[in-house]
Design a protein around this ligand. Sequence first.
Ligand code: SF4
Length: 345
Amino acid sequence: MSQSKNQSEQSWPVFSKEFVSVLENLSADAVLNKIPSREHLLAILDPQKIPLLPLLEATRRVREHFCGKDVRVQILNNLQNGQCTEDCNYCAQSTSSCADIKTYPMKPDDEIFAGAQRCAESGGNRYCMVLSGRAPTAERIQHLASLVSEIKKRHNIEVCVSAGFIDAEQARVLKNAGLDRYNHNLNTSSQYYDKICSSHSHADRMACLEAAKSVGLDLCSGLIVGMGESLDDIVSVAIALRRLNVKSVPVNFYMHIPGSRLGEVGQLTPEYCLRVLCLFRFVHPDAEVRAAGGREINLRSLQPLALYAVNSLFCEGYLNSSGQALENTKAMICDAGYVIGQVEE
Ligand code: SF4
């Protein structure tokens, strides 16, 4: 055997042909809307088992089978920022964080209604209201319910709220006011949860999602990738979200904000981020899978390839960091051969 062949064998992984049947199985499960096996999901995350380009192509077929070429674009609307008494160590809004962020109480109603109007007039079909904090008081729930009901009266748009832990009774008040969807992220697996937070548990988050689901609200719930969790944790949270039948799955990539307690964690690679997005498409074939916070700094120049897996993007910035501008996001979608769907605020 020549030396140059030896060198080339050392430089590139040699894939067994088994990856072809793994991708066929994953695709067959996705088309039947079945949860793939844990073994196949772990293979997606392993660059020694499945080469990236065939993985992306198989994912693209599933994505386009269920979601066509559309990409929804969402602009986050933060109604209240910071001063949260929970101790989630990744979050700049926690009072246990020293991050230098702009904190503000809930915006006045007229600003909130103006946001909903802007959203409706720009052709958006969903308005999302996000508030920091552990849980809304009874008074806050009544206030949110009155906002939801007024927005639904004024505009033909869907409304989503993210306001922390709620129980079934509070969820029913919001549902009766016309709320369509509730957001509450699981963030990581049950096994890893105590490494990121001690003031509440994974079970608390599950209970909130179950409460919202029990009254017929659609669920939006996702995770943050890159907080030191294992590959197994990523698979577990994907499956847990699937069992909850979430309609919308924001996949965030950890961004360290100086002052936050979690600090710098090992760098995510663009290829790994793409693999995680592919995994979420196979587990949630017909859901709105979104490349959310941190896509720009973690996917870097490979961002357009994420569109082979996701049918939704955040842009313009996240809770406490900036993001790709709307116009550049639209250009990227068109350049990649996809179609801009709804722009939501
Ligand atoms: S509950 Fe939400 S806002 Fe509060 S610290 Fe945790 S992630 Fe941040």
